[in-house]
Design a protein. Structure first.
Length: 367
């Protein structure tokens, strides 16, 4: 129960410098443990947990009067709860008299817990979490936050705890997909990836009016443009899972059902995407592209890697010519059109003609 409270408090108080938030949460949490009564803290368990959590996570000292006011109980009740916390050996509480008032503070243990991560490492984990936060279902967000918070609690220094939970990063993206409703499907897929088990799925393609069923060997999840995809093999329906197509990508939000089967498959690291260094999420025959960019967007293009074998040549006016390898024509077309008149395709010729046709069609939309 105490560990559960650790996690809930940590999850809701990412800014440890504002300890008032902890106090407010403890009041709300204790009220939520049971129906509202005349005394919201009539449950002894609720009061003890609130007291313990407040002292443990804040690292602050509190007077006997302050604790009685926060927990809405008598000073005698606070003293009895302190005795119970001491007897439980969950924490050592220092107490002293100063200015005519009795004070309490959780004592830092003499034997420091063995923690593999330090405050800086936990900060990096938080940055990684925050960068993918918009992609995660709510329950997965909570699970990750609980895991990080549980580790943070083991840091012996209170200042390190506050420092470790400082928010340092955030991701912004347009057209977000809420994956919370797909959490149960993601759970099955993750289990299948770990155990290398074949899944039977129902998938609604935007190109079809009715969903279709497939047997897939899920390999990994891919995040691309704020969307989650399952990289998988399309395999035979029965018996040994022979590969029918090794470049299948399924958008998670279009999965209607995922069923784990008893069939297993073998996969190695070499089975994962072998064209991550090439432009394009969709797998296809590689082709070379040459595009010139005006000076206004040249810096943006130059700062990024579009394919591992790309070349960039400067132009006299400050623009550049980019040559790179791609595997997906639709993605190249969309990318070039996103630059408007600031990008011009030179090769291949058929791609140039396709973009000219798309531009003409766009013009007709506004006539």
């Amino acid at each position: 129960m105490i560990i559960c409270l650790h996690c809930r408090i940590c999850k809701l108080t990412s800014d440890r410098s504002k300890m008032r938030n902890i106090e407010n949460f403890l009041i709300k949490f204790s009220r939520g443990l049971m129906p509202e009564k005349i005394s919201p803290y009539s449950s002894p368990a609720a009061k003890i947990l609130s007291l313990y959590g407040l002292l443990l996570f804040s690292g602050k000292k509190y007077s006997l009067t302050q604790l009685a006011q926060l927990l809405r109980c008598s000073k005698q009740t606070v003293l009895r709860m302190m005795e119970q916390i001491e007897l439980s050996h969950q924490a050592k509480v220092d107490s002293w008299i100063d200015g005519g008032r009795k004070w309490f503070k959780v004592k830092t243990p003499s034997v420091r817990p063995q923690v593999c991560l330090d405050a800086e490492a936990i900060q990096l984990l938080l940055v990684c979490r925050d960068f993918v936060w918009h992609l995660l279902p709510q329950s997965l967000r909570e699970e990750i936050s609980r895991t990080i918070a549980h580790t943070t609690v083991l840091l012996p220094d209170m200042e390190d705890r506050s420092r470790a939970m400082t928010k340092l990063g955030e991701a912004y993206s347009k057209g977000l997909i809420n994956y919370t409703a797909h959490q149960h499907l993601l759970d099955v897929l993750l289990d299948a990836m770990v155990d290398r088990r074949v899944c039977r799925v129902r998938y609604q393609s935007p190109k079809r009016s009715e969903p279709r069923e497939y047997c897939i060997a899920p390999l990994t999840l891919i995040a691309h443009h704020a969307t989650l995809y399952v990289q998988c093999w399309l395999v035979t329906d029965a018996g040994e899972p022979d590969i029918i197509y090794d470049g299948m990508l399924l958008a998670v939000q279009r999965l209607l059902q995922v069923e784990l089967t008893e069939r297993t498959f073998a996969a190695s690291e070499d089975s994962l995407r072998d064209n991550q260094h090439i432009f394009g999420l969709m797998k296809g025959e590689p082709f070379r592209v040459q595009i010139s960019f005006r000076p206004e967007v040249a810096v943006y293009v130059r700062e990024r890697q579009w394919s591992e074998d790309q070349t960039i040549s400067p132009l006299p006016d400050g623009g550049i010519i980019l040559e790179f390898t791609a595997t997906s024509r639709p993605e190249v077309v969309s990318w070039v059109l996103s630059f408007g008149p600031k990008a011009l395709v030179h090769a291949p010729e058929d791609l140039r003609e396709e973009i000219k046709g798309a531009v003409s069609e766009m013009v007709n939309n506004y006539i």
